[in-house]
Design a protein around this ligand. Structure first.
Ligand SMILES: [Zn+2]
Length: 395
């Protein structure tokens, strides 16, 4: 049984451990880096509507380059090789990741159905498949972790599919504040849903099924026993927004997540911006605009990280997208700020029609930026769907 408890709250301070901000029913990004900037684009709405209809219905053959290949044996045998591997991470396309750490299996932002949309015939769609037919092909899921409620991250069809699988019935959901009703409406029992504010630390201990959790002494002994596996999952800030219906703007929180065991650490940045820029910003002016300070805070509190999943794109129009998404410059800054040893690029190559950009543009842009900043190319990985990245245990 996975026993979860919230650890004592951290002291908040905008400079070192920035708290979430809610005014009335609305959450805010409390940094100058999220300020709206000037737009010079013309005709983008018409282009977007045209793109929505045409590429939703016709351009399905586009962007088929990204390889999809899951190694089921390596994923399902991870527990047997657990004495050698501290952590392994598998990208499932867009922002979906399968993390295996200290015997726990965690699924992040599983948008693993055909379409990221309230309607099943139009809207962003997966042009690359997920690499498996059924959840029975994967190990039992211990936790499903969500960054926010946008359709390309929180997909109710996938959530229902996960819980329809017998071995996943006890999986717990970790989500940002005010998202609990969404999961209750999907039939997940309340005691399996944990809502987190930024910087909440949730300790997870795998205790024997035989332990009576109401027996305080037996529970304490079990929680402190070195033979019971443990991880800590923490919600951390990101610069983004939320909403699914057009009437619920920013009424639920958004977050990134950190998972740590004694031997490995992982940071999932979720969906985030880094620095809000105006359209047509000259290159020499970029540094004059403030960047989001939380990634350094996350690095200072939880870093360095063995691995981090960092998003790229969509980019256009800059004045709207730079507030809430990252370009290559931002992605590399984020990698450095959070003190990641190995980053994996996400939020590209999978979902067609999410923005107006070419979805396979991310890795090329990233390479140029790494070279420009003198960062070794093997610090930031461009992986295919299903590729396994491992961190070996220190001998
Ligand atoms: Zn989003």
């Amino acid at each position: 049984m996975n026993y979860t408890r919230k650890l004592p709250e951290r002291e908040k301070n905008p400079e070192t451990c920035c708290p979430s901000v809610k005014e009335g029913k609305i959450y805010k990004n409390p940094w100058p880096s999220a300020t709206w900037r000037k737009s010079t684009y013309k005709g983008l709405l018409a282009r977007r509507i045209y793109g929505y209809f045409t590429s939703s219905i016709f351009g399905r053959e586009k962007n088929q380059q990204l390889k999809v290949d899951l190694d089921f044996e390596a994923i399902n045998n991870y527990h047997n090789d657990d004495k050698n591997i501290a952590m392994q991470l598998i990208w499932l396309g867009h922002a979906a990741f399968l993390l295996q750490i200290n015997s726990f299996t965690i699924l992040f932002d599983p948008m693993l159905s055909k379409r990221a949309s309230p309607l099943n015939f139009i809207g962003p769609y997966r042009c690359r498949n997920r690499g498996f037919q059924k959840f029975s092909q994967l190990p039992p899921i211990d936790f499903v972790i969500l960054s926010h409620n946008h359709y390309d991250h929180l997909d109710k069809w996938t959530i229902q599919e996960i819980y329809a699988e017998e071995k996943n019935k006890k999986a717990k959901v970790l989500c940002p504040l005010d998202l609990k009703p969404m999961f209750l409406s999907l039939g997940i029992p309340e005691n399996q849903i944990i809502e987190c504010d930024w910087w909440d630390d949730i300790e997870v201990t795998r205790i024997p099924e035989s332990i009576d959790v109401n027996d305080e002494k037996a529970l304490q002994e079990s929680l402190t026993s070195p033979s019971n596996r443990k991880i800590i999952i923490s919600a951390v800030p990101s610069q983004h927004f939320s909403g699914r219906t057009g009437f619920d703007f920013n009424e639920t929180l958004w977050a990134g997540w950190v998972v740590k065991s004694q031997e490995a650490s992982y940071y999932f940045a979720g969906d985030t911006g880094y620095r809000s820029l105006p359209d047509d910003c000259p290159k020499e002016d970029i540094e004059k605009y403030p960047y989001c300070p939380v990634f350094k805070q996350i690095g200072n509190i939880y870093g360095p990280f063995d691995m981090a999943s960092i998003p790229i794109g969509p980019f256009t129009p800059v004045n709207r997208m730079s507030r809430i998404h990252t370009n290559a410059n931002d992605a590399v800054n984020l990698h450095t700020d959070c003190k990641s040893k190995h980053s994996i690029l996400m939020h590209w190559g999978t979902l067609e029609n999410l923005g107006v950009d070419e979805i396979e543009r991310g890795p090329d842009e990233l390479h140029k930026e790494l070279i420009k900043k003198n960062i070794p190319l093997d610090e930031f990985h461009e992986v295919y769907i299903g590729q396994i990245l491992k961190i070996e245990k220190k001998k």
